[in-house]
Design a protein around this ligand. Sequence first.
Ligand SMILES: [Ca+2]
Length: 200
Amino acid sequence: MLNSSKIHSTKKRPSNNNEQGFSLLEVIVAILILTIALMGTAAALSYALEYGTTSRNVGTAKLLITSTMEEIESLRNTRRLEFKQIANIGEVDNTDCKNTFKGFSVGFNPVGLDPGIDGVNGTDDDIKEAGPDGILGTADDVDNTALSRSGYLRKITITPFLTDPTIKKVEINIKFFSSGGIVSEISGVGYLNNESRTTG
Ligand SMILES: [Ca+2]
């Protein structure tokens, strides 16, 4: 009689739904949702990194443009170069000038980390190093791109105004890598007159 009562009591115990756990299907669905959520986060992070890199490279390219413009203006202001000498290779007028300037390089070129022997950035000697003779500035000098800013190319174009010989147009183009390794280009244009001024 006593045993029978115990069995009866066990059978009547109410089930507890909280102890049933998750089914395999529920676990799979949960993992899928988590995976999709993480994929979204990864995509957002990837975009943020790409955008950040592009933004930084655009900023550097703009700085290169303004610093090149300012250097050219400074060359004129300090009379290190006469106005008629500020030109690309082949168009420089060195007549009666205290020094001889070969001119700014033509086309896109690596951006040198220092101005080289002539002390002017944007010329052909910027990334030169001594060749076999061990002497910098001789005919056997060779280009060393390690002496340039990686990822940037610069073009300096100086055009005289045919209608006004006292003004020159200075255009600076910079090529750089933007998102996805795509090469982008931005440019800046300034106008230089022949009035040398003392700055600062
Ligand atoms: Ca130079």
